[in-house]
Design a binder for this molecule. Sequence first.
Ligand SMILES: [Zn+2]
Length: 87
Amino acid sequence: MATVNVMENLVMEKLAERLAVMDCCKCDRCINDMLAVALNELQPKYVNTRKGELFTRIDATKQQNAIDLDVAITKAIETVTAAPHKD
Ligand SMILES: [Zn+2]
């Protein structure tokens, strides 16, 4: 049983949903940059059991968490799209 940051899974899912309808670069590098920006905005949620992961996922659907997630993802997409492939 590994320790995982469930926030990472949630951000990846949400980001994929948003990018599906967006006209911007979706290469691995940009997606990883977006993930990094979004995850730095959010509180990590580490769990080490399958059960814990499910509970945290349900928790993340609560309104404030959903808003925070949306804001962080919007910021991440805007930041990376404004300056893609920047070192
Ligand atoms: Zn790119």
